[in-house]
Write a protein that binds this ligand. Structure first.
Ligand SMILES: Nc1ncnc2c1ncn2[C@@H]1O[C@H](COP(=O)(O)OP(=O)(O)OP(=O)(O)O)[C@@H](O)[C@H]1O
Length: 406
């Protein structure tokens, strides 16, 4: 970098009191001439500083443009194969080309062989990518030993019975199916309104069969893991076979298996690929051992019928909103650990909660407990349930409909 030129020395005016007037005039004229000279020098320096500033501004603009181009240009995905001192051998995905490139200082600590990186045209590493196992871990919930039991589920006796036949029996009694010579259902589809216990049913069957529960949400596959859907579906089945006995639970399957629409956007194509992968995993599924598949949806009407063909989700179980008897049972379950005043009448509460789902009844019980706490009591009374009911109905924007209770 060039150094800035030093400033000219400031001229000094030296006047002696013994000077004659003409000597004084001479000294002042000299001083004036020096000042004019210094002023000229300073102006010249200012001009060159201005010119330099213009050059630098142009340079900054140019660098900013280059930076922008670098940021917006596409990068390639590669895997760091081997790390050697300050270098790393990367293998580009797609063409498998291997190159030795420099390991950027900021990645010296964190990068390990096997990690994915983004590289530019000249193979220089631009960033480290989230590892595939992270995406897999994020997309799937794995519960080695779920604790929900059939007794924790209220009002779904028939559905429990059906799930036991379709999922539990083939897992614990496979020989029976062989002996009789029939194929157990391939996949079970639970359909019904939100919060009615579909996930609970799947967890409970995993618990009762000592199976690992592996959950994947269809909606996340298409929203959060765009472009990775079909790979994650493959991983899901692979993981299940590593962990068998296992229950695969695909929640909100409608997100990946909705009827084909007219639009042909790239998003649709991606969803389509994910569904095709799911279908091909299910079609090639027969001899996979102790793995059962359960899916759930709140939008049965939207499903592509292709997933309901024999060999795929061929056992449909409807999980409806609970009736009064079911609501009573669900309330009893969710208040099981609460200290209730004797007056609390579940029969009555069940009548007043027509249209409530299991999830809403669970939050009604919690809310009632909160009202008792707010009131400084240790027992939960009818009035707490009335307050909780009002609060929940207000939340539902059904205000104005008086809560007819006691
Ligand atoms: N039948 C039920 N018996 C007891 N509790 C229930 C029942 N249904 C729902 N619940 C309560 O509601 C919560 C949510 O239920 P769950 O996740 O099983 O519903 P879901 O049908 O899978 O809902 P979604 O379709 O929204 O995923 C449960 O954790 C439980 O507390």
């Amino acid at each position: 970098m060039s150094r800035s030129p030093s400033l000219p020395e400031r001229p000094r005016l030296e006047l002696d009191p013994d000077m004659t007037p003409s000597e004084r005039l001479g000294a002042l004229t000299d001083h004036h001439a020096q000042l004019v000279k210094v002023n000229r020098e300073l102006e010249a320096q200012l001009d060159s500083a201005r010119a330099r500033r213009e050059d630098l501004t142009d340079e900054v603009d140019q660098l900013e443009r280059e930076n922008e181009t670098l940021k917006t240009s596409s990068l390639y995905v590669a895997t760091a194969e081997e790390i050697i001192d300050d270098g790393v051998v990367v293998k580009q995905h797609g063409n498998n080309q291997e190159v030795l490139t420099e390991l950027p200082t900021q990645l010296r600590e964190g990068l390990e062989a096997g990690d994915r990186v983004a590289i530019n045209d000249s193979f220089s590493i631009q960033s480290q990518l989230e590892s595939e196992t992270d995406a897999r871990a994020q997309a799937m919930e794995v519960d080695e030993s779920p604790t929900v039991t059939y007794d924790d589920i209220g009002g779904l006796e028939e559905q429990i019975q059906e799930v036991r036949e379709a999922v539990e029996e083939p897992l614990i009694n496979a020989e029976q199916f062989d002996e009789i010579g029939i194929e157990p259902p391939s996949g079970v589809l639970l359909h019904g309104p939100p919060g009615t216990g579909k996930t609970m049913l799947a967890r409970a069957v995993a618990n009762e069969t000592d199976a690992t529960f592996i959950k994947m949400a269809g909606s996340e596959l298409v929203r959060k893991f765009i472009g990775e859907g079909s790979r994650l579906v493959r991983d899901l089945f692979e993981l299940a076979s590593e962990r068998e006995p296992a229950i695969i639970f695909i929640d909100e399957i409608d997100a990946v298996a909705a009827k084909r629409t007219e639009s042909k956007t790239s998003g649709d194509a991606e969803v389509q690929r994910t569904m095709m992968q799911l279908l091909s995993e299910m079609d090639g599924f027969e001899d996979r051992g102790e793995i059962r598949i359960i899916a759930a949806t709140n939008r049965f009407d939207m499903l592509d019928r292709a997933i309901l063909r024999p060999g795929r989700f061929d056992r449909l179980i409807e999980v409806p909103e609970p009736d009064a008897e079911g609501r009573k049972r669900i309330l009893e379950i969710h208040t099981g650990d609460m200290s209730l005043a004797d007056e609390v009448d579940f029969e009555r509460l069940a009548e007043e909660t027509d249209g409530f789902s299991g999830a809403e009844l669970a939050s009604l019980a919690t809310e009632a407990g909160m009202f008792a706490i707010r009131d400084g009591r240790t027992d939960v009374r009818t009035e707490d349930f009335v307050d909780a009911l009002e609060k929940i109905e207000e939340g539902d924007q059904t205000e104005g409909q008086p809560v007819a209770f006691y």
